[in-house]
Design a protein around this ligand. Structure first.
Ligand code: ADP
Length: 591
């Protein structure tokens, strides 16, 4: 095997000086091989004992030179090689004819001939020429046997020297080919290994980048959802306290709607990352369909007030009051389409229509805006696609909205489409397979319902590093169970100290915390050998990474709720666990 240093030297000192056409792959070897043939052909001419054949030897050398020149000029190798072999066949047979036929050592050169096409063009070409040479040899044998050849009269000594030189050189040349093949095979292997290493490195980098991205998304999600949890939670507590103050109620309701909208936007951004990794999920619930559509529509009402637009919403009478799908996703879709329609419409109208149709419920957003150019229409649902550059400059946007919208519609098992006339307007529609559902128990009633466990003095442990979140959970628990006692811990270590010091009926555990996180703390609780280790633990987290959620559940949670959570839902879960008495059930995701 050629050492790496020698190879580098050969590459620098020899290969890089060859004509351009001979620098890559097996071409340097071809160059050396042909130079060898030329040297042998010219070198043998003076020592040739037979004057008739010396000229043929020179002719042979010239033919190979022509082949080198044609190749360096860029002529196709296969053509020049077949041509050269054909030309060489003549002088070779001529040499054999004048030097004794099958008794002549020159016949050996005929054997070398198929090696050239075999090596340069393909094994198949080599076999073809082997056939030609074999036929020529049979011809020579017949001619020799019949005595038709030119009678060679050579001295034994001259014959001996020439035969020795011929066989030696032919052996060298025949060895050259397997050597070259071996060398090439090794270098291909080496290159392959190098490339594989590079690919493995790239893959590792990509995986790391992906991991970092997911980590980033998880922390952004956490940081955004944590304050939203407090805002929505406290707002809903306040709303319950002002039922007799319509003005305050109205303001708080506005805050709730805006916070809800903000939550939708946050989800949109986070969804984009999940959309990239194909991890979008939907949580179906029974909800007031007509109210939800109206709510999405109303979100833009303040904006439209300052515009010269007719902004209308028409919901057909037969559209079901209650339906079941992911309400937040439906809101996202409507908000995206209405947002686009208002963005690209300066006069006329924007109409949101909801109708029943054989496939379920058909939603459409029709506008009299700028429309979409015909050439942009086929790719409008691709991400980062916006109609012509000037539109992006004028209207801004990320080009993500429609791509996400399309994925969301698919997630809800629906279909989406649009038609648009440039300069006249667009109509985006989507159909969801929704059917009428029976109304669930009214939420407000639920909120006010008398809890069976309300009068008991429960001991709750709330573990969360955010003061406001602890306060919120405490308020929710104290409102529903006024006799209860709520102990707060800032992290897992503090929680375990409390845990060992007294008995708790239920723990509410945050996931991400400094010092000791919720996963470790829950595991530690489950590992305590007293009956305390079976107490229910509700996981509360703003993290949406599915793997991390799974890890949290596996730590031994009774129930997991995502922040921002609905206070009523939290109370329902708490009550169910308190009533169950056998607290450690297989964990379920209640969000
Ligand atoms: P962006 O966030 O940039 O608006 P979208 O994916 O929502 O991205 O929309 C992509 C492009 O589709 C927009 O840039 C716009 O050119 C075109 N588009 C979407 N909706 C409308 C509409 N109602 N009227 C005209 N053009 C639209």
């Amino acid at each position: 095997m050629m050492s790496a240093n020698l190879q580098r030297w050969v590459q620098g000192a020899v290969v890089s000086r060859l004509p351009q056409a001979f620098r890559l792959g097996k071409m340097p070897y071809l160059f050396v091989f042909e130079v060898l043939i030329i040297l042998v052909a010219f070198g043998f001419a003076p020592i040739d004992p037979n004057p008739q054949t010396a000229m043929s030897s020179i002719f042979l050398g010239l033919a190979v030179i022509v082949h080198l020149v044609l190749t360096s000029r860029g002529m196709p190798l296969s053509q020049t090689t077949h041509l050269t072999c054909l030309i060489c066949l003549g002088p070779l047979l001529h040499m054999v004819w004048f030097s004794g036929g099958v008794w002549s050592p020159r016949l050996t050169w005929l054997l070398v001939l198929p090696v050239i096409p075999f090596y340069i063009i393909s094994p198949r070409a080599g076999y073809v020429w082997l056939g030609v040479v074999f036929a020529a040899q049979i011809g020579v044998a017949v001619c020799t046997a019949q005595g038709w050849l030119f009678p060679a009269q050579l001295s034994d000594e001259a014959q001996f020297n020439y035969a020795f030189a011929t066989f030696s050189m032919a052996t060298v040349m025949l060895l050259f080919v397997p050597l070259v093949y071996d060398q090439q095979h090794r270098s291909t292997l080496r290159e392959g290994r190098l490339r594989q290493k590079e690919l493995e490195k790239k893959q590792a980098e990509l995986e790391q980048a992906q991991e970092m991205r997911e980590h980033f998304i998880a922390s952004v999600s956490h940081e955004l959802r944590t304050p939203m949890n407090a805002i929505l939670g406290f707002n809903s507590l306040l709303i319950k306290r002002v039922p007799h103050n319509p003005r305050a109620f109205e303001i708080l309701e506005h805050t709730r709607q805006s916070a809800d909208h903000l939550m939708t936007v946050i989800n949109d951004v986070l969804d984009y990352s999940q959309f990239l990794t194909g991890r979008l999920t939907a949580h179906a619930e029974t909800f007031a369909l007509r109210d939800t559509v109206q709510h999405a529509f109303d979100l833009f009402a303040p904006r439209v007030k300052s515009m010269d637009l007719a902004y209308r919403c028409e919901i057909d009478a037969d559209v079901p009051e209650w339906a079941s799908t992911d309400r937040h996703r439906l809101m996202q879709i409507l908000v995206n389409l209405l947002g686009n329609a208002l963005k690209f419409t300066h006069q006329g109208q924007v109409l949101l229509r909801v109708q029943t149709d054989p496939g379920g419920v058909l939603f459409s957003v029709e506008d009299t805006g700028i429309g979409i150019a015909l050439e942009d229409q086929p790719r409008i649902f691709q991400r980062f696609i916006q109609a012509q550059g000037e539109i992006q400059k004028r209207y801004g946007g990320t080009g993500l909205g429609l791509a996400i919208t399309q994925s969301l519609v698919a997630l809800l098992q629906g279909e989406i489409g649009f038609d648009s006339t440039p300069g006249q307007g667009s109509r985006f529609w989507f159909r969801l397979p929704l059917t009428a559902q029976t109304a669930p128990q009214p939420l407000k009633l639920q909120a006010r319902k008398e809890r069976q466990t309300a009068g008991q003095a429960w001991q709750f442990l709330v573990v969360d590093d955010h003061h406001l979140n602890r306060l919120l959970v405490q308020q929710i628990l104290k409102t529903a169970w006024p006799e209860s006692r709520v102990v707060e811990a800032e992290n897992g270590v503090q929680a375990l100290d409390f845990w060992r010091a007294q008995r708790f009926d239920l723990v509410l555990m945050d996931m991400l915390m400094p010092v000791m996180d919720g996963v470790q703390t829950t595991q530690a609780i489950r590992q305590s050998f007293t009956s305390q280790g079976l107490a229910p633990v509700i996981g509360l987290t703003a993290n949406v990474n599915p793997q991390e959620l799974e890890r949290f559940k596996d730590a031994g949670l009774s129930v997991l709720l995502l922040k921002p959570f609905d206070p009523v839902k939290l109370c329902d879960e708490v009550e169910a666990l308190l009533l169950r008495g056998a607290p450690l059930a297989p964990p379920s995701l209640a969000a």
